[in-house]
Design a protein around this ligand. Structure first.
Ligand code: GLN
Length: 549
């Protein structure tokens, strides 16, 4: 069986437990060990699929169609592995399983209780991925902050496992904050002391403290933390704010986080960490040759996490192209025909984001038109692709009422229609078209040039689709359906050949972009934005001084 590392968090939320866990996993993987990560979330939703992005950020979809926490995106991007439904468990899912068992009579008349029934189910899930000799180490990130009522059963399960597993098969890392008080010019250890005390009161004692801090931790501070929190001084790890999340594995390597874990778990069959590709990526990221500015047209832009995978895909694609990608959020709700030129000026490309519901739709359509008419690189994802279809229908096909039935159920031109299999679905959770589906690309198209192959697989999350009743009209008017699902004929990619870069995809390419394998569409889009920017600069250089460009 595998060994288990649990990562808990204290003092405050948003300390970056997911990044620390992913960084440690990266280092262990780079040393040749087989590693996976899972996340346990304390909320009662069965999965985050029904949550508004404002609640916990984007919903990350895995190959097998699970709607999961965005931290799984970090795990995949860092480790270059696929995760699955088994890698994300919520309190809701635990209770659902236990209650279903109770209804089936499986508890034989017993009173069903948090301890042992809920904690038994938590433990079963915690150990599940480690059972069939696929992994040497399973890292488990426990969502929430120690002291929350909701996460108590998870912590209790870890406590029980501490006794049930051999000592070297389980360890606990506690992530905490050492705040710097400007007025006192001092780092303060008290919140950490309290947080460790609270964790210890539940019977779980951390082996390692990873301390988020804005200032370096002196030996004296480390000694103090070690003394008061009852851990070895070498196990007090400094985690300074990094310029990019991709720097964190190297920072943890310097702090020897991986070695301390390996020692505690008595693992000896590891090598020197092979991080060549990672470092190559970081070099390109840190020393770009030029810069492009991309307008991200969305409606959840107040919250960075709502478009996490898209933003990270830009980082990967930027490094690949050796350009810095500056992403500027534009709220689609406030784009009008009158202000569009002013709002979108200066961009080298537009990405129209995925989304649901009516709000901000017309602004997205106006943005698509702007990009189409000006030869500005355009990339539409899911809802963004659907908006491109509507815009083309209205403006080029003359179907003034063209719409999606999601926004206008009675439209006389439903160019985006509900998928047939979705029509009978009444329950909202986990019922969209989800996960990986194959797509066949037409040779000679932009999509083909970008992917370099004709058979691809990408992940989906939608209920609506291009209405094939209108396909002939669109094709006759110059749009190309360059990617289709081979079984259903569902249009997955649209493009405009008379435009430098205009592409819309029904799927979510951002979900498969990793540091080592950037999503081809993002790489192609940034390349097009770079060319657009170069052209702009050369126009400026050769234009007479008073020309308006
Ligand atoms: N709301 C659209 C649909 O369900 C698009 C979904 C998305 O952008 N993920 O088809």
């Amino acid at each position: 069986m595998a060994k288990f590392i649990f990562v808990t968090g204290g003092v405050t939320s948003s300390l970056g437990k997911g990044i620390i866990a992913a960084s440690l996993a990266k280092l262990l993987q780079a040393r040749g060990l087989r590693v996976t990560i899972q996340k346990f979330d304390p909320y009662i939703n069965v999965d985050p699929g029904t949550l508004n992005p404002y609640e916990h950020g984007e919903c990350y979809v895995t190959e097998d169609g699970a709607e999961t926490d965005l931290d799984l995106g970090h795990y995949e991007r860092f480790l270059n592995i696929y995760t699955s439904q088994a890698n994300n468990v919520t309190t809701g899912r635990i209770y659902q399983t236990v209650i279903n068992k109770e209804r089936a009579g499986d508890f034989l008349g017993k009173t069903v209780q948090v301890v042992p029934h809920i904690t038994d189910e938590i433990k079963r899930r915690m150990l599940l991925l480690g059972q069939d000799d696929k992994y040497d180490i399973v890292l488990t990130e426990i969502g929430g902050t120690v002291g929350d009522i909701e996460s108590l059963p998870f912590i209790e399960a870890v406590r029980q496992l501490q006794w049930e597993l051999p000592e070297e098969d389980l360890m606990v890392i506690h992530l905490t904050l050492i705040p710097y008080l400007k007025a006192a010019k001092e780092l303060k250890t008290k919140p950490t002391q309290h947080s460790v005390k609270m964790l210890s009161e539940t019977g779980v004692h951390p082996d390692i403290l990873v301390c988020r801090t804005e200032e370096p931790l002196s030996n004296e501070i480390k000694r103090k933390i070690a003394l008061f929190c009852n851990v070895k001084q070498e196990a007090v790890i400094e985690a300074m704010d990094a310029s990019t999340i991709y720097e964190v594995p190297l920072e943890m390597l310097r702090e020897k986080l991986d070695l301390i874990c390996l020692k505690k778990m008595n693992i000896t069959n590891y090598g020197e960490p092979n991080l060549d590709k990672w470092k190559g990526f970081l070099d390109k990221l840190k020393y770009p040759r030029s810069k492009v500015t991309i307008g991200l047209i969305g409606k959840y832009i107040e919250l960075q996490d709502a478009y996490k995978s898209i933003l990270e895909s830009f980082v990967h694609a930027g490094a690949m192209n050796e350009v810095k990608v500056q992403v500027v959020n534009v709220h689609s709700e406030f784009i009008t025909n009158e202000n569009v030129a002013e709002k979108l000026q200066g961009f080298d490309g537009l990405l129209v984001a995925p989304g649901f519901g009516h709000r901000g739709i017309e602004g997205k359509i106006i943005a698509v038109k702007y990009a189409r008419e000006r030869g500005l690189p355009f990339f539409g994802i899911c809802l963004g692709m659907q908006m491109a279809v509507i815009e083309y229908g209205r403006d080029i096909l003359g179907l003034k009422e063209a719409h999606s039935v999601e926004m206008d159920p009675n439209t006389i031109h439903p160019v985006i229609n509900m998928m047939e299999e979705q029509k009978k679905i009444k329950m909202m959770g986990g019922t969209m078209r989800l996960g990986a589906y194959p797509c066949e690309i037409t040779p000679g198209t932009l999509a083909h040039r970008i992917y370099g192959e004709t058979h691809i697989s990408e992940r989906h999350r939608h209920r609506y689709e291009f209405n094939n009743d209108y396909l002939d009209q669109y094709l006759a008017a110059g749009m190309v359906a360059s990617g289709k699902n081979p079984e259903t004929g569902l249009v997955e990619i649209i493009e405009l050949p008379n435009h430098p870069f205009f592409i819309g995809v029904q799927y979510h390419p951002e979900l498969k972009s990793t540091v080592e394998r950037p999503a081809p569409l993002f790489v192609g889009f940034i390349d097009a934005a770079k060319k657009y920017n170069d052209q702009k600069s050369s126009l400026k250089a050769t234009a007479p001084k008073d020309a308006v460009i």
